[in-house]
Design a protein around this ligand. Structure first.
Ligand code: 3HC
Length: 283
């Protein structure tokens, strides 16, 4: 199936990144937020990143303008009616996602492929609200989307081979590398990453080492671009806590159980970079 027009639902950190990459890769991209103010914030973020790339000489002014001209911001879901693929990147709430997909199912033609950027929810639970469970899959991007090269293509038990093939081709057209995974909570990357991040918190909690030495250990000892506590601040303490709880609920294995310190940080509002304080201070 040929993809020309993309719809992105949600223009937060992930949605804005996905919309930017789609527009830069030549796709007309309709991006929808619920409120005008949030839409403007997201579009402003895209504009700022593209302008920074122009200043660095990574992007020409013409390419920046062309990418922006391919973006169609809207607050109206029905503006996505003629998209060939729709990628949802709203809040990680199953009821909200089910509602969006069920509405879109009545708006879009049968051929439109639906994809969710969820990091931890079950794709089948969303696909089941539509009449197109064969044209439904997960498409999981990584933060920051313009930089990270990976996309996980998540195959629900109903996803057709043709849908997976379309998504692979689309991912490659975005300049990303696809990997395929079944619809198992956490998929491939978070299944491995989340227990590692939680273990870093356990090492800190048990007083084995300082936050700086834990981070330096993994940066310099294993070549990771960020140490685990810095990465937790980057991803968001609340986001990781939320994902860990879903994974623990699913697998009932202690390695997915969030350590007590993580819960207390969420309660204190120490959510990482976005709140100005997490394991480190950002103010
Ligand atoms: N948007 C666009 N570009 C960005 C960016 C952003 N938000 N943040 C950084 N960049 C670009 C910079 O412009 C710079 O580009 P240049 O080299 O062409 O000038 C390049 O990335 C490197 O940035 P910096 O020099 O500022 O800083 P670093 O070298 O420390 O790199 C990083 C920043 C790319 C974020 C790097 O530290 C990194 O790769 N960290 C690990 C990120 C990671 O693990 N992400 C996955 C998180 S898990 C996830 O998303 C799954 C979810 O389900 C939880």
């Amino acid at each position: 199936m040929e993809i020309n027009k993309v719809g992105v639902i949600g223009c937060g950190l992930m949605g804005a990144g996905i919309a930017q990459v789609c527009a830069q890769s030549g796709f007309t991209t309709v991006v929808r937020e619920v409120e005008q103010a949030a839409l403007e914030r997201g579009m402003g973020r895209i504009d700022a990143i593209l302008s920074k790339d122009v200043k660095k000489g990574k992007l020409s002014e013409d390419d920046r303008a062309a990418a922006l001209s391919r973006l169609q911001p809207t607050t109206d879901l029905s503006d996505l009616r003629d998209c060939d693929i729709i990628i949802e990147a709203i809040v990680e709430n199953i009821d909200a996602k089910r509602e969006v997909f069920s509405t879109l199912d009545g708006i879009c033609p049968e051929s439109t492929v639906f994809a969710s950027n969820t990091s931890s929810l079950t794709i089948m639970e969303m696909a089941a609200t539509t009449k197109r469970p064969d044209r439904f899959a997960g498409l999981h991007f990584f933060n920051p989307v313009p930089v990270m090269k990976l996309v996980e293509i998540v195959r629900a038990i109903t996803t057709s081979d043709a849908t997976v093939a379309t998504l692979k081709e689309f991912t490659l057209a975005l300049g990303k590398t696809p990997i395929e995974t079944r619809d198992s909570t956490g998929f491939i990357v978070n299944r491995l990453l989340v227990p590692y991040l939680l273990d870093a918190v356990r090492v800190l909690e048990s007083g084995i080492a300082t936050r700086e030495d834990i981070d330096l250990g993994m940066q310099l000892g294993c070549g990771h671009p960020m140490g685990p506590l810095t990465l937790l601040d980057f991803v968001g303490i609340d986001t990781t806590y939320y994902i860990a709880n879903i994974m623990f609920e699913e697998f009932r294995e202690p390695r997915f159980a969030p350590p007590p310190l993580l819960r207390r940080m969420v309660l204190a509002g120490h959510l990482g970079r976005k709140s100005g304080k997490g394991f480190y201070d950002y103010e």
